[in-house]
Design a protein around this ligand. Structure first.
Ligand SMILES: [Zn+2]
Ligand SMILES: [Zn+2]
Length: 536
């Protein structure tokens, strides 16, 4: 299993719809297609236009023009008008921060991605309620080859007005639907697509409800359960995720988190972490925890437009950035924790010499203590790791520790011993005990008669940006770029992680307007721009 960055912070806080959430602006959606290829689900919804207004006119980028076969794209300007514009553009570029000059390769925030909501339990019933704006629902027939009777030939549609809802249930005939207005679709369908004008609420039996936007696809599975895939723009996903994981009220820390989340989403898509699934990203910490619209989005909403489309790249690629809630003062390298070479994620102390204590010292997880009884531990080891009766583990020991004091390798003792990565042990503990038990692998053991006391520091796997540390750095006056560079070695901030093609393109705008609006980047004056400095 690939490493995740952060435990589910608390048992998923239920994004129960409340008036505040309903009063927030209409979630923006775009129509640009995700460039990493893959499933048919990437196809842009024909009914939707890219939300250009929200993204400050990035639509005029040469990258975007190229995508659409714009005749002027990729050609030098021929007459004086455009040439003058080019000079104006260059002059303006000198006033922009370094990333602002990069040729935007299309609108990252408007691209659509699909998120597999993957509830842990098999789901056979659910309720969907239109919360803000109406929902259009399309019911598709079962595929003919499914063998489930009866096979229908036509699609059905219905509309849910605000506050109306529908319940769906899987029966031997497929998905059956009933609306709160009393309309029933009993024929049995294979798929249900809900497209919301605003927000809609998904309730699955025994699980906290999720407030969603965009498009939700509910598909009948072979085992007569349903899967849920939400399609939304990267921008929407970033806002939801950051409002969920951020522990900081600081402006610069929040901007850093926005860039971090966007980068992680884009990298997860490009790496095709879910190539064998019907979605791009999972909703868990493996990709980026997503529980729906999110609470307290105000700050994120306001700051989002100050860092549009900005991502971190290194070595010509979008970085997959790891992060953690609290490092306990020392960050480990990806090499030590995951055993893979990754120059961006180096070990470092989370403090600035001469500027007080550790940046994350104010985190409630900086120090923690937890007692585990012998039985409790033995149950965990046997249930989680025993791959059959011959492998029952009763005891474990740390084998290797890195310079930060994190246990990077453990050995389980049983009839046949087994070695494993510390981070896998930690994730298994989160699964078994919950994320509030063993918070990190940075701890010491104090054996008692019947129990062992774990005295630890930090929360998370120990690699990458420390959320509380970033909050601390912002409080110490650091800008978001500095915060990101503090935690990620050798990164470049760019709105164009794209390609060599953009790098070769002349900086001349095609319509005489600058390609980005300086105000969009917080109006910071900076170093000269280097267009398309990231290549692949
Ligand atoms: Zn994933
Ligand atoms: Zn820290």
């Amino acid at each position: 299993m690939a490493p995740a960055a952060l435990p589910h912070p608390t048992p998923a806080p239920s994004p129960v719809p409340h008036p505040e959430a309903a009063a927030t602006p209409h979630p923006a959606r775009g129509g640009t297609q995700v460039a990493h290829g893959g499933s048919a689900r990437h196809q842009a919804d024909p009914g939707r236009l890219p939300d250009r207004a929200r993204n400050g006119g990035f639509a005029t980028s040469s990258g975007a023009a190229k995508e659409r076969g714009h005749p002027a794209a990729g050609r030098p300007a021929r007459h004086s008008g455009p040439r003058l514009a080019a000079w104006l553009w260059l002059a303006l570029a000198c006033l922009l921060p370094p990333w602002a000059g990069a040729e935007p390769a299309g609108d990252i925030d408007a691209r659509l991605v699909t998120v597999g909501l993957q509830p842990r339990k098999p789901i056979t019933t659910a309720r969907i309620q239109a919360m803000r704006g109406a929902c259009r629902v399309t019911l598709s027939p079962l595929p003919a080859a499914s063998g489930t009777e009866p096979v229908l030939s036509e699609e059905k549609t219905c509309k849910l007005a605000e506050d109306e809802d529908l319940s769906l249930q899987v029966t031997h005939r497929g998905i059956m639907v009933r609306t709160s207005e009393g309309i029933e679709f009993k024929e049995g369908f294979g798929k249900l697509v809900v497209v919301g004008d605003g927000l809609f609420n998904l309730e699955m039996f025994n699980l906290p409800p999720s407030l969603l936007s965009g498009r939700l696809e509910v598909t009948l599975q072979d085992d007569n359960t349903v899967s849920f895939v939400n399609q939304l723009s990267i921008g929407e996903l970033v806002k939801a995720a950051v409002s969920e994981f951020s522990p900081s009220p600081e402006i610069e820390a929040t901007k850093a988190f926005i860039v971090l989340a966007r980068t992680r989403i884009l990298a997860a898509c490009e790496q095709r972490r879910h190539a064998s699934d019907t979605f791009d990203l999972c909703a868990g910490p493996h990709c980026l925890t997503f529980t729906g619209y999110g609470n307290n989005r105000e700050l994120v909403e306001v700051l989002f437009d100050q860092v549009p489309n900005l991502v971190m790249a290194a070595g010509g690629r979008v970085v997959f950035p790891y992060f953690q809630e609290c490092c306990g003062g020392k960050i480990s390298s990806a090499k030590d924790i995951f055993g893979k070479d990754d120059p961006v994620h180096q070990a470092r102390e989370d403090r600035i010499p001469g500027k007080g204590s550790e940046n994350c010292f104010h985190s409630p997880s900086f120090y923690w203590t937890r007692e585990f009884s012998q039985e409790e531990m033995a149950d965990f080891l046997s249930i989680t790791f025993a791959g059959g009766s011959s492998r029952v583990f009763l005891r474990w020991d740390p084998v290797k520790t890195d310079a930060a004091g994190r246990i990077t390798e453990v050995r389980l003792y049983g009839r046949r011993d087994q070695k494993m990565l510390g981070t896998d042990f930690l994730e298994a503990a989160w699964d078994y005990f919950g994320a509030n038990s063993l918070k990190s692998m940075r701890f010491t053991l104090e054996p008692m008669r019947r129990a062992t006391i774990f005295r630890g520091m930090g929360r998370g796997q120990g690699v990458g940006l420390c959320l509380y540390g970033a909050d601390g750095l912002a409080k110490k006056g650091m800008k978001f770029e500095e915060i990101l560079r503090f935690y990620y070695t050798g990164i470049t901030l760019t709105t164009n992680p794209g390609g060599v093609a953009a790098e070769r393109a002349p900086p001349a705008p095609t319509d005489g307007r600058p390609k980005s609006d300086p105000g969009r980047n917080g109006g910071k004056a900076g170093k000269p721009a280097k267009p398309g400095k990231v290549s692949r």
